[in-house]
Design a protein around this ligand. Structure first.
Ligand code: SAH
Length: 395
């Protein structure tokens, strides 16, 4: 087995519980490595810090899979999957979709595994995990009890890690089948997920608990669901008694799917979907005096890089300012950010500035995080990316 020896002092991050080794941490690599074989990671004095897959190409050359000196093989991966699945089952979600493995959050860095009904979607984010993709798919089928595993390629990881695999069925499924869509149930709602073209692995599973929590305030309220994707928040709100929902979405495909989801529900005629830029739509709604009792703002990550945070903050402030202006007195704003570069304190500061500029005193009703099946590791801040606030316009 190859041994990755760190430079003196570079073991501290690992000892503090963060599993990443950067290229600049590495002193030398002893022995020959293969992408599928975990290397042993040692400090400069030779003490073993754990094992993980190595890839010289990205900045993060190794992510520890274990802090112990133990074999990383099929039996090891099976144990990790069993643990991850047991955790999901204990959550007891009502529905048949959710995250089964969340990379670092499940001590399986580089692996994302989502369940959509009887299909699993696997995403390999590192070269090492890609080597094991088929074995992981077989193990996952056995443990979770699904029908097929679809591999969803991730363009960013492919570039950074040098991954070759395309999207397609890994195990089960029908080769060349056009039916890359799966029906799922989430609480009282049903959605059709596009495995090939949908965002992330097809659906925003991380908002599951927040959809339920926000919808519990929807009864008798007129709702604006900005950045609505395929309309999941709006559908939940309608099921909880919203009088009307307006969904705004820039992507034509997502907006069309939101329309289909709305039509499939009782009261779907009270759900309007417009294909538009939400920044423009919010400005227009404010200008024309249209007002709402509940506004949901769930924008995409405005920044994936630290250097773009300032521009992202301007974007967050703008939409929150407009949304607050469109609230009736007593109205609620459920506002989210999924950029991990914008942490909870910074996000709160942006919302505070927006409330100040809008001259709208707001009460902080509650704070939201990501669904519990997307675990946050306290020692890995990057795993905590989704945050939200429920703000009530006091007057
Ligand atoms: N709330 C959704 C997820 C929203 S993700 C859910 O629960 O499923 C963010 C969405 O915003 C994506 O669908 C993306 O296509 C859309 N989007 C990105 N930029 C936009 C813009 N400027 N105006 C409107 N929609 C936008």
């Amino acid at each position: 087995m190859a041994k990755l020896v760190l430079r003196s002092g570079r073991e501290l991050r690992l000892l503090a519980g963060h599993p990443w080794v950067y290229r600049s941490d590495v002193g030398r690599l002893d022995g020959a490595w293969a992408p599928a074989e975990a290397v042993s990671v040692c400090d400069a004095a030779g003490h073993v810090l754990g094992r993980g897959f190595y890839n010289p190409r990205p900045q993060i050359v190794c992510r520890l899979l274990t802090p112990h000196d133990e074999p990383v093989d099929r039996a090891f991966l099976r144990r990790r999957l069993l643990t991850a699945w047991a955790f999901r089952q204990a959550l007891g979600y009502d529905g048949d979709a959710g995250r089964v493995v969340g990379s670092e959050g499940d001590a399986l860095p580089g692996l994302v595994l989502d369940r959509y009904g009887d299909v699993l979607v696997l995403q390999a984010l590192t070269l090492g995990i890609e080597q094991w993709a088929r074995a992981l798919a077989e193990l996952a089928l056995e443990i979770v009890g699904a029908r097929a595993v679809y591999r969803r390629a991730d363009a960013a990881a492919a570039t950074v890690e040098g991954l070759a695999g395309d999207s397609g069925w890994l195990v089960g499924g029908v080769e060349g089948s056009p039916a890359l869509e799966v029906d799922i149930r989430e609480g009282p709602c049903r959605f059709r997920v596009a495995l090939e073209t949908g965002h992330k692995t097809g659906f925003y599973l991380d908002q599951r608990e927040n959809r339920e929590a926000v919808a519990s305030h929807a009864a008798g309220r007129e709702v604006l669901d900005a950045f609505c994707y395929t309309g999941a928040f709006g559908c939940w709100a309608l099921r909880h008694g919203a009088t009307h929902v307006l969904g705004v979405e820039a992507s034509a495909e997502a907006a069309a799917r939101a329309r289909t989801h709305a039509d499939a529900q009782d009261g779907g005629d009270r759900f309007d979907v417009v294909e538009a830029n939400a920044f423009d739509a919010l400005r227009e709604l404010e200008r024309t005096g249209r007002r709402f009792d509940l506004v949901i703002l769930d924008p995409p990550s405005f920044t994936r890089r630290k250097t773009a945070v300032t521009a992202a903050l301007r974007g967050y402030k703008e939409i929150n300012l407009r949304a607050l202006a469109c609230l009736r007195p007593g109205g609620l704003l459920a506002t989210f950010s999924c950029s991990h570069h914008v942490g909870p304190p910074l996000f709160e500061e942006v919302c505070r500035a927006a409330a100040g500029d809008a001259r709208r005193p707001v009460r902080l009703r509650t704070a939201y995080g990501q669904a519990q099946d997307h675990p946050v590791l306290l020692t890995v801040p990057e795993t905590r990316y989704l945050k939200g606030l429920l703000l009530e316009a006091v007057g």
